[in-house]
Ligand binder design. Structure first.
Ligand code: FDM
Ligand code: MG
Length: 212
């Protein structure tokens, strides 16, 4: 644990299936927090700009095939390689709003049939978010949104599996949001809960005990 002399930023994660509105909401939240004078930064996993990230990018764009377990470990390594920078920013008082995290890592890989506990294990000990918002869609609403892109995983049957695993993974600390609602309504709820979180965790130590 890292003890604090000044207030730190909050580690806020948004999770959910493709097309659940995460990217829209992280942008809205970052803009709003900036407006309110907070020090805030948007982060996204996978972080495609690193060397590991560019291998992941090629995999997602179907340029390359990679063994299921190997790509899973690369997604995890991609988080580990960002930890020191993220930690530094949080300790500098910057709130991080993060689009996907280790929960996506476990859900997408386990949806391929890999053992869930095996999937979680390489992420054990990562920074633990102060709050996880789960963008929950009914399967009817999810179905309506499946026009779909051309990256790997973006198809209906697979997303349904991912959804089920997210539901299995979620714990009582998650804020499960009804993501079928209007963008602005959802945004207001995320803003309210984020502001509460920022205040609540500003004097608490960072936790580096994900899934321990
Ligand atoms: N994804 C994302 C994984 O399979 N594992 C992970 O650890 C993470 C962070 O990569 F299909 C998947 C989820 C999604 C894709 O693309 C990332 P977008 O841009 O977030 O949809
Ligand atoms: Mg996608």
């Amino acid at each position: 644990m890292t003890f604090l002399e000044k207030s730190r930023g909050a580690f806020i994660v948004l999770e959910g299936c493709d097309r659940s509105g995460k990217s829209t909401q992280v942008k809205l939240l970052v803009n709003r927090l900036e407006q309110l004078g907070h020090n805030v930064m948007l982060w996204k996993f996978p972080e495609r700009k690193t060397q590991i990230g560019s291998m992941i990018d090629e995999y997602l764009k179907n340029v390359k095939d990679v063994d299921d377990k190997a790509i899973h470990l690369l997604f995890s390594a991609n988080r580990w390689e960002c930890m020191s920078e993220m930690k530094k920013k949080l300790l500098d008082g910057i709130t991080l709003v993060v689009d996907r995290y280790a929960y996506s890592g476990a859900a997408y890989s386990a949806a391929k049939g890999l053992d869930l506990e095996w999937c979680k294990s390489p992420d054990i000990g990562l920074l633990t978010p102060d709050i996880v918002f789960f963008m929950n869609l009914t399967s009817e609403e999810a179905e309506k949104r499946f026009g779909f892109g051309n990256e790997r995983y973006e198809e209906k049957a697979f997303q349904e599996k991912v959804r089920n695993i997210f539901n299995f993974l979620k714990d009582p600390t998650w804020k499960v949001l009804n993501a079928c609602r209007a963008v602005e309504k959802l945004h207001k709820e995320i803003e309210r809960l984020s502001l509460k979180t920022i205040q609540k965790c500003s004097n608490l130590p960072l936790k580096e005990d994900l899934w321990e």
